[in-house]
Design a protein around this ligand. Sequence first.
Ligand SMILES: Cc1cc2nc3c(=O)[nH]c(=O)nc-3n(C[C@H](O)[C@H](O)[C@H](O)COP(=O)(O)OP(=O)(O)OC[C@H]3O[C@@H](n4cnc5c(N)ncnc54)[C@H](O)[C@@H]3O)c2cc1C
Ligand code: FES
Length: 278
Amino acid sequence: MYQILLKENLVPNIHLFQIAAPNVAKKAQAGQFVVIRIDEKGERIPLTIADWNREEGSVTVVFMGVGTTTHRLARLKESDSIANFIGPLGKPTHIDNFGTVVCVAGGFAVATIYPIARALKEKGNRVISIMGARSKDLIFWEDKLRSASDQLIVTTDDGSYARKGLVTEPLKELLEAGGVDRVIAIGPSIMMKFSAKTTEPFGVKTIVSLNPIMVDGTGMCGCCRVSVGDATRFVCVDGPDFDGHQVDWDLLLARQRIYLDEEKLSFERWQSQRANSS
Ligand SMILES: Cc1cc2nc3c(=O)[nH]c(=O)nc-3n(C[C@H](O)[C@H](O)[C@H](O)COP(=O)(O)OP(=O)(O)OC[C@H]3O[C@@H](n4cnc5c(N)ncnc54)[C@H](O)[C@@H]3O)c2cc1C
Ligand code: FES
């Protein structure tokens, strides 16, 4: 069992868990993820490793409540335990001295991009980060990301904080100014798709971290299949990072919607079970 050492509600519906998992903490690298299962009847879901402490043997995950499992997870308390916490899985993000790297994060992905920005800065890159949220009340880890960046640009869709607009607008301005050697964009698929479309005319290599539905997380079930260039890839073992200019975004978006009816039914059942038991 894996104990929750710390729980924080970062903003409404986004939660941080620090979990005792020494074996995962020992090997974790930026860009990798874990597959967790709350109990023996639970479904397995992937969550990105947002941070780790090798001495303490702990791993931090940040997640948003979207369906049955993430809402069940959010109801756990400090000192509760979860049954499985498997990882680190996936290939670490390629970290090298590229020059100037723009890290773009949408929504809760600020937690995903933070260890990547930190690793890039430690490697000597000039890191410019852009973080975007729908509104001010959904902004978190601004100071953490600033500490891992040479420059930080914050946007909100509704203009309630910092710059009004989408992350792709400052991204385009930076590309027009020149001198960007690489872009890493992480967030909802639609945001990554449009970030890649923004960088494509400038010919700047753009890495995205794909988030298809996963089951086993070990390359066996085929559930996380995506099309990249001319090849079929499995995100759990070949990724999650891929060249954003090569991803078949329409296929990815369609496959993410395959189980919408079942997911809705599962969430409604869970809510009615909760209502009956309280
Ligand atoms: C490699 C990887 C890393 C991830 N890291 C994180 C993370 O750090 N924090 C976090 O909050 N989430 C992360 N996700 C997404 C997370 O796994 C899903 O939100 C979770 O599986 C949903 O489970 P559920 O039972 O709560 O909701 P479900 O009932 O399964 O789904 C509810 C809704 O969420 C959508 N959804 C389901 N799976 C995904 C997905 N993979 N991506 C986007 N939308 C999805 C569904 O289409 C549906 O609309 C990651 C996914 C992958 C593949
Ligand atoms: S999740 Fe099963 S192959 Fe990737």
